[in-house]
Design a protein around this ligand. Structure first.
Ligand code: SAM
Length: 490
């Protein structure tokens, strides 16, 4: 199938089909009567359609659409793009169920994205260009419901933290009388690195004044969503938690402590005293990073070579010292960045290297082609600290005592207020700050924690008064729990 239709490859079209017990539970709840008309906006091979005769499915992949027709003979299957179909159809539905494609913004582009985002804008939802496909699928599907209608969907766990999930949730609470999200820790799709949660919405045309939230260790097939729910106050969700649901995975006492820290004027965020940025993008790592032995052989003068931390894996624990750099050099690691300025006079050895076949290959790359001169790597900084971007157990923050530069696979931290930094940074490995990294960052898959620069800037250094209220064991338990949610410690 992929060979015949490369544009429909599993990854590019988000084609991961739902386990039977999950689709059965969602359809059983969404369809109350045989006469209820159900829509699955991305029906794949008909997993959901086969469970309810009176249904309509849309599927862009012709092979899957034909399978759906065979598998669900009672249903009506339209082959094509859902957003095109949604703009044209006059049909309205009692219910919707399915599993929307999860296509990240890098692949979800061009015409399909434009159609999707325009349709959402017509429905009053503004998504930016970093939106994954599933969120517009849900908004556009809700727009096809009759008053009182329901939806039951598999959703990526990103609904709990992604910035683009916020406009979706705002739309859902403004359009349904009940919005219920079930966070499921164990994977619904065992072979996928993505975690999935479940979304149940009811009473289209109504308005919810809270988000119902249930936390489950694992999915248990049931005809209705679990009754035990936490009512998430929308005001608190918006103001305290930056419209994220992840904090609600934690016990209320821990959330209250964190909220108390945020409300205390003595509390600071990292961005209050430091600038978090990304390191440089060379445009051709192999060409721009030399091994000490190659630099010597090519006779590149040391003034044109800047030692660089190339990735988080080689970060020492506390400090990058001259001895650290010596060790890298001894192992002949390619850590010397060829650092050339725009209008600089270049010695023959450097010019020869730029004119070598490796240089000719490097300058063909996108980044190099789009800067002048192609060999001057921009944004090379010497940060005060370097922070890991993707982390295992803890987010590593190391002092840059050796004056190295760093690539964009780690974060560069430049201190703006030295007095505050020297008071607060020693707290980096405290339980509270580690919990804050877990809460402000997000799970990446494979057990990793990712902190974007914006998220890193939000890391909280609590006031003394809050620390005194904290129970260290409880904080450590909370960290352990969020690590289990990101599958670091299953
Ligand atoms: C996650 S799969 C789910 C399929 C099925 N509902 C299930 O759960 O087994 C998503 C499906 O969306 C389809 N798809 C992707 N983009 C689409 C679009 N613009 N319009 C219609 N279907 C689309 C993919 O081909 C894929 O079959």
């Amino acid at each position: 199938m992929v060979g015949r239709y490369p544009e429909y490859s599993q990854k590019r079209s988000g084609a991961f089909f739902t386990p039977h017990d999950v689709s059965e539970a969602l359809v059983a709840w969404a369809c109350r009567k045989p006469a209820d008309r159900m829509i699955d906006p991305s029906c794949g091979d008909g997993q959901f359609l086969a469970l309810h005769r009176n249904s309509v499915g849309i599927e862009q992949n012709p092979v899957s659409a034909h399978r759906a027709i065979e598998r669900a003979p009672g249903a009506l299957v339209h082959e094509g793009d859902f957003f095109t179909w949604a703009v044209e159809t006059r049909e309205r539905f009692e219910c919707a169920a399915g599993n929307p494609p999860f296509i990240r913004y890098q692949t979800f582009k061009n015409e399909m994205r434009r159609r999707a985002l325009d349709l959402c804008l017509d429905l009053g939802v503004h998504f930016n260009g970093l939106t994954s496909s599933w969120a517009p699928f849900l908004v556009a599907t809700a727009g096809l419901l009759k008053r009182g209608g329901r939806m039951a969907f598999v959703v990526p766990a990103e609904i709990g933290h992604a910035p683009y999930a916020a406009p979706l949730l705002d739309y859902l609470v403004a359009s349904f009388s009940t919005v219920h999200i079930i966070a499921v820790r164990k994977k619904l799709f065992p072979t996928l690195s993505e975690d999935c949660w479940l979304l149940y919405t009811e009473g289209f045309g109504g308005k919810a004044n809270s988000i119902d939230f249930t936390v489950l260790e694992e999915f248990v097939p049931q005809k209705a969503p679990p009754k035990s729910v936490m009512k998430i106050d929308l005001g608190e969700w918006r103001t305290v938690w930056n419209r994220r649901l992840r904090p609600y995975l934690l016990p209320a006492s821990v959330r209250h402590l964190y909220a108390a820290a945020l409300a205390d004027p003595g509390t600071r965020r990292l961005a209050d005293f430091a600038a978090v940025g990304i390191g440089y993008v060379s445009g051709h790592n192999d060409f721009f990073h030399l091994k000490p032995s190659d630099a010597k052989r090519l006779r590149i003068p040391p003034t044109f070579l800047q030692p660089s931390l190339r990735n988080g894996r080689v970060m020492p624990e506390k400090e990058i010292t001259k001895a650290t750099v010596e060790k890298w050099k001894q192992s002949d690691d390619p850590i010397l960045l060829l650092r050339l300025e725009r209008d600089q006079e270049l010695p023959a050895a450097v010019r020869n290297y730029l004119d070598s076949s490796a240089g000719h290959e490097a300058r063909q790359g996108y980044k190099c082609r789009n800067r002048a001169p192609w060999y001057a790597v921009p944004d090379v900084q010497i940060p005060d600290f370097i922070m890991s971007y993707m982390s295992g157990r803890n987010v590593n923050l190391v002092r840059n005592a050796a004056g190295v530069t760093c690539t964009n696979s780690v974060h560069s931290i430049r201190i703006r207020d030295r007095a505050l930094a020297s008071k607060l940074l020693p707290e980096w490995s405290s339980s509270f700050v580690r919990l804050s990294c877990e809460l402000e960052g997000h799970a990446l898959g494979g057990g990793m924690l990712k902190l974007e620069p914006r998220e890193a800037g939000r890391v909280v250094f609590p006031s003394k008064a809050t620390i005194q209220m904290a129970d260290g064991d409880e904080l450590e338990d909370a960290i352990g729990s969020l690590q289990r949610w990101r599958h670091y410690a299953d």
